[in-house]
Design a protein around this ligand. Structure first.
Ligand SMILES: NC(=O)c1ccc[n+]([C@@H]2O[C@H](COP(=O)([O-])OP(=O)(O)OC[C@H]3O[C@@H](n4cnc5c(N)ncnc54)[C@H](O)[C@@H]3O)[C@@H](O)[C@H]2O)c1
Ligand SMILES: O=c1ccn([C@@H]2O[C@H](COP(=O)(O)OP(=O)(O)O[C@H]3O[C@H](CO)[C@H](O)[C@H](O)[C@H]3O)[C@@H](O)[C@H]2O)c(=O)[nH]1
Length: 325
């Protein structure tokens, strides 16, 4: 297929692009490089530097005879979205509405969309399946839920088929070492640990050690980016073949605590990784784990690389050459 990947220069998008290229598809990346990196682009793909807020540029880019588009371009700071909602409403909602309208205008009828487990909010039960109530605790999660609603309407009104992929915590780097771009100013746990391990920051702040979890620190479902990438290809295949839209979780179905991850990172890196226990971060649930049964059933998809050792060793493989390690 001929595929347009919007946000394909980013952390997850570059892994998704790599997977589609590996499967023999033709890939064009559209990205404004606001957080994406030229370093994450591959020689086999075409690159268009453009912004999703620029509707005419989007329409122009989409005239490339594409069979499908994958949309990953967004701001992703859950905390930041609570203090700068205008930034998130514009880029994540308006920008995506531009993409959906431009797709309808240019006749692209298959869309794979990056959603998030943040649409669920505080869990009512675990593991979280797709029937779990959606009550986002932050505005970022709301922007993704809002887009899922619009996609449902465009399915009915414009015949656009979509796969909305609710990722849990994306982590790790390409198991073959082909992607080495570091995220700028990361706030997510694993890159923060990696930065501390290689001397780019003094310590890791552990946000709370008094949760009702085995070691008192927060538990999350970490899903390796190569697994996410395979999930995108499988989801596109499904909607293109079945002409049916889907909303599915992509998670490892395993809970890992903050301290378990820090201990593994200490072992793998051989670095001390100083830790400071601070207060809880507002809005953080104690524990989140996914049910990925639906992805298994519909897509034949299952996490293959999301064990703790692979998550940390592939990340360390990239970070160990950085900073003062
Ligand atoms: N990282 C996670 O744990 C996680 C979890 C759930 C969902 N997601 C979603 O996955 C997607 C990708 O996340 P990521 O972790 O790779 O982040 P990222 O910041 O590395 O990637 C986002 C990409 O989109 C581009 N972009 C942003 N705004 C743009 C605009 N206006 N025009 C054109 N390009 C633009 C950026 O330059 C970047 O390349 C996002 O939609 C995010 O909300 C991420
Ligand atoms: O410096 C840090 C960063 C995080 N944490 C803890 O580590 C765990 C993971 O936190 P992240 O910030 O890495 O990720 P979140 O679970 O908060 O959220 C991530 O995954 C969600 C889906 O599950 C959403 O997609 C969201 O946008 C994405 O950032 C949490 O218990 C958090 O309290 C720390 O202790 N110290």
């Amino acid at each position: 297929m001929n595929i347009l990947i919007i946000g394909g220069a980013g952390y997850i998008g570059s892994h998704v692009a790599r997977e589609f290229l590996d499967q023999g598809h033709t890939v064009t990346v559209y990205d404004n490089l606001s957080s994406g990196l030229e370093q994450n682009l591959f020689p086999e793909e075409k690159f268009i530097k453009g912004d999703i807020m620029d509707y005419p540029a989007l329409v122009q880019a989409m005239k490339g005879g594409f069979d499908a588009l994958v949309h990953l371009a967004a701001f992703k700071g859950a905390g930041e979205s609570m203090v700068k909602p205008e930034k998130y409403s514009l880029n994540n909602i308006n920008g995506t509405v531009n993409i959906i309208n431009a797709a309808a205008e240019t006749g692209i009828s298959n869309i794979v969309f990056s959603s998030t487990a943040a649409v669920y909010g505080e869990p009512v039960y675990l593991p979280i399946d797709e029937k779990h109530p959606t009550n986002p605790e932050n505005y970022y999660g709301f922007t993704k839920l809002e887009i899922e609603g619009t996609l449902r309407w465009y399915d009915k009104l414009k015949g656009i088929k979509f796969a909305s992929l609710r990722y849990f915590n994306a982590a790790g780097y390409d198991v073959k070492g082909r992607i080495t771009g570091l995220e700028r100013n990361p706030a997510n746990l694993i890159p923060v640990i990696m930065e501390a391990a290689c001397g780019m920051r003094p310590e890791v702040q552990v946000f709370g050690s008094d949760y009702d979890t085995p070691d008192g620190t927060g538990v999350r479902d970490y899903i390796h980016v190569n697994d996410l990438a395979v999930g995108h290809a499988a989801a596109l295949d499904y909607i293109a073949k079945n002409g049916k839209s889907i909303i599915v979780n992509l998670g490892s179905e395993t809970g890992l605590s903050v301290m378990e991850i820090i201990e593994a990172a200490r072992k793998i890196s051989g670095k001390p990784i100083p830790v400071k226990i601070t207060g809880r971060r507002p809005g953080d649930p104690a524990k989140l784990t996914a049910s990925s049964q639906l992805a298994r059933e519909l897509l034949g998809w299952k996490a293959q690389h999301s064990d703790l050792d692979t998550l940390i060793s592939t990340s360390w493989g990239v970070y160990k050459n950085q900073g003062k390690a």
